[in-house]
Design a protein around this ligand. Structure first.
Ligand SMILES: [Cu+2]
Length: 306
């Protein structure tokens, strides 16, 4: 008995030193109808649905980023304040897709998977709910902490989360807001966003731009909440694709200047600021660089190295 206790204490000590204690992480998300404003030429106000943290801004497209550590027990309570049924699914991670009736709430529980980026969404209603803005990111940190993509993985100096999306305002959002039926066989989005911003905002947003000193490496978590593949093209330097849908790629990592992230998927890339100057990063489809046809108010931002 004594011997068994001693062993138990030893294991306990080892776990603490490794920082590997799993915690319980509780989040509450609220589903509401609201609006998303795209500023600048071509911009507009779009009727949306969103997950928010219930703060002052009741609309949040994308939904809040949920940050946890590997192995954590995660409980996400979703309060449905909208007039239709909704759910909450982390693609490839959670399995409970039970619908929450209007006015009800539900707690979805899952165990945090390997370090990496994952996408969550409302998967109901033939993708209409996701298109309306009900998506966001789950970021899983290495159990041991530190600025590496995973324990023993590649290091970075700073990170960015880019949640990509697109909306077909006339055929989908306006139709839902008017209480009509969306013809899902036609999807011609005319707004393309990074973190819910059009390009004119995203190109000046310090939380989106890759902004740092020459030589620094950014870990970019790319989360595609949309229904189109988003092919991200970085100027000035190639980048390394280190993970896809949370699955670590093996070394040598593929080096690309453009990488296509499929719908409802994620990719993580390492980009090193290798020369001073300002360079664009944009989605490599002309239409997707626009806001209702206005060039560069779509999925675009800046790379600024000093
Ligand atoms: Cu270009």
């Amino acid at each position: 008995m004594k011997r068994f206790l001693m062993l138990g204490l030893l294991c306990w000590a080892e776990l603490i030193s490794a920082g590997a204690y799993a915690a319980t992480q509780n989040f509450t998300l609220y589903i509401d109808a609201g609006t998303l404003t795209i500023n600048g030429a071509g911009g507009t106000v779009i009727d949306v649905l969103s997950f928010s943290d219930g703060g002052m801004a009741m609309t949040s497209v994308p939904g809040p980023a949920l940050s946890v550590s590997e192995g954590d027990a995660v409980n996400v309570t979703v309060v449905n304040r909208h007039t239709a049924s909704h759910n909450f699914v982390v693609s490839g991670v959670s399995t409970d897709a039970t619908a929450i009736a209007a006015g009800a709430s539900r707690t979805y529980s899952f165990s945090a998977p390997a370090a990496g980026a994952y996408v969550y969404a409302d998967t109901l209603n033939n993708n209409i709910n996701r298109e309306m803005g009900l998506y966001g990111a789950l970021l899983v940190r290495p159990a041991g902490g530190g600025n590496t993509a995973w324990t023993g993985g590649p290091a970075y100096d700073f990170e960015r989360l880019w949640v990509m999306g697109e909306m077909d305002k006339p055929r989908w959002n306006d139709m839902v807001a008017a209480g009509g039926t969306v013809n899902t066989s036609i999807y011609k989005p005319n707004y393309f966003t990074m973190n819910g911003l059009g390009g004119f905002d995203a190109m000046m947003d310090m939380g989106v731009m890759l902004h740092g000193a020459v030589g620094q490496t950014a870990l970019v978590h790319i989360v595609n909440g949309g229904q189109f593949a988003h092919a991200l093209h970085f100027h000035a330097n190639h980048f390394k694709v280190i993970a896809i849908n949370g699955v670590r790629q093996s070394e040598p990592f593929q080096e690309r200047d453009t990488f296509s992230v499929p719908p409802f998927s994620t990719a993580e890339v390492l980009y090193t600021l290798n020369k001073p100057g300002d360079y664009p990063m944009h989605v490599h489809t002309a239409q997707m660089e626009t806001a209702n046809g206005v060039y560069l108010n779509g999925a675009a931002t800046m790379i600024m190295a000093q």
